[in-house]
Design a protein around this ligand. Structure first.
Ligand code: EZ4
Ligand code: CO
Length: 404
């Protein structure tokens, strides 16, 4: 029997910080898992190194389901982003190994293709409305069929807005969290107007998305959803903090704007009410933060019963390993909706050699590459030592902390 011989945890900052788990079997097969938790990276690295790696050595890498149950139920302490990200890293690495042993891409092990490619949405943003319109048009020119639009609220917030020529608005460039001002009334006045401007100038021939980033109360979210109904959004994302699954009942009663939730949720229990009461239209849980391929598929299957579609989180804090795993899952599930996609920095791609390809607004993987199709270049990573970075924190105009 092949056994797990080695499990290494790498922390590096090629463009931004990533934590990567590499498992090696006694037959010399390697598998990769992403263990990155934005702004809290070392907590997961320690959870893996100190508490999980010793449990892996000598175990059978083929028993993916049993390993998942062992790490989840066996730990006593359940759920939460640190635990679920660590379990995800092990789970994804074992799927990668299983694929390589079988000589098959992971999507084949999951039941094979349901579709030819995975539709993605890109992140358009602007410091003002004209800049946003240009940016949405740029994504359309690049072939995107779905675009998220965020503009800086005048005099207030810039969350979700790219800085300068960087390809993404993350990571924060400061070693300590930047503090950004926030005003809900200013946002509610402004955001519907720029979404309407996008439709007015660029039409309805593509999917338009918007991320509210947990900043509203249920009633404010209902008001927002109603105001933007004529824009026919693909979704309004994270209108309220999702710890309160019940909030969505109120939003639902008032608006037909579709709702997407779940990038910060980590288990099937965290989305159970949202799904079984059909309070959302898209579930945004991901491979890396929701316990890996094994657990994410359970969430997606539950969602399928209630006509909730998938829309996995895929910002640049999710490493190319997660992006590849997401594409393998997305290719197979019957209830796929859309996949978030932000291009990784060139430095990131020097370290993670990925076979995931973008074409005509969709991602795909090669049919003849076994496993996930990503390799980690340790030597290249050595040039990018760990640098601590934080997401910004939002404060209301009276100085009190707001939801991020
Ligand atoms: O702010 O990934 O929809 N995408 C997002 C992201 C999140 C970051 C947090 O780590 O909301 O950009
Ligand atoms: Co989001």
């Amino acid at each position: 029997m092949s056994t797990i011989e080695r499990a290494e945890v790498f922390v590096a900052s090629p463009g931004r910080t990533f934590v990567t788990l590499r498992i090696t079997t006694s037959d010399g097969v390697t598998g990769l898992g992403d263990a990155t938790l934005n702004g809290r990276e070392l907590a997961v690295a320690a959870y893996l190194r100190d508490h999980v790696v010793p449990l892996l050595i000598g175990k059978d890498p083929a028993r993916i389901e049993d390993m998942w149950q062992y790490l989840y139920r066996g730990a006593y302490w359940r759920r939460g982003p640190v635990t679920m990200t660590a379990i995800a890293a092990v789970d994804v690495a074992l799927w990668d190994i299983k694929g390589k042993v079988a000589g098959l891409p992971v999507y084949q092990l999951l039941g094979g293709r349901s579709r030819d490619g995975v539709m993605v949405y890109g992140h358009a943003s602007g410091a003002d409305v004209p800049e946003l319109l240009d940016d949405v048009a740029r994504f359309r020119d690049l072939g995107y069929q779905a675009v998220r639009a965020q503009a800086a609220v005048p005099g207030v917030g810039t969350y979700g807005v790219r800085k300068g020529t960087r390809s993404s608005y993350e990571p924060a460039s400061t070693a300590l969290p930047e503090e950004q001002p926030w005003s809900t009334p200013a946002y509610l006045d402004f955001a519907p107007t720029y979404l309407a401007a996008v439709r007015e100038h660029l039409g309805f021939g593509f999917h338009l998305l918007h991320d509210v980033h947990h900043r509203l109360t249920p009633l404010e979210a209902a008001q927002f959803g109603k105001r933007v109904e004529e824009c026919r959004l693909f979704w309004m994302e994270d209108p309220t903090p999702a710890e309160n699954q019940e909030s969505f009942r109120l939003i639902r009663q008032h608006t037909t704007t579709p709702i997407a939730v779940g990038e910060v949720l980590t288990s099937i229990w965290d989305v159970q009410t949202l799904i079984t009461e059909q309070l959302i239209d898209y579930v945004r849980t991901t491979v890396v933060h929701a316990g890996g391929i094994t657990h994410l598929r359970r969430i997606f299957d539950l969602a399928a019963l209630y006509q909730v579609r998938t829309g996995s989180h895929g910002a640049t804090d999710l490493s190319p390993v997660t992006l590849a795993a997401a594409v393998h899952v997305d290719l197979t599930v019957p209830n796929f909706g859309v996949q978030e996609y932000m291009e990784h920095a060139a430095e990131t791609m020097e370290v993670f050699r990925s076979t995931v390809r973008f074409d005509a607004g969709a991602l795909d993987v090669a049919d003849d590459v076994p496993g996930l199709g990503v390799e980690y270049d340790e030597k290249a990573a050595a040039a990018f030592p760990y640098e601590p970075k934080y997401l910004p924190v939002a404060r209301r105009l009276d100085g009190s902390v707001h939801d991020w």
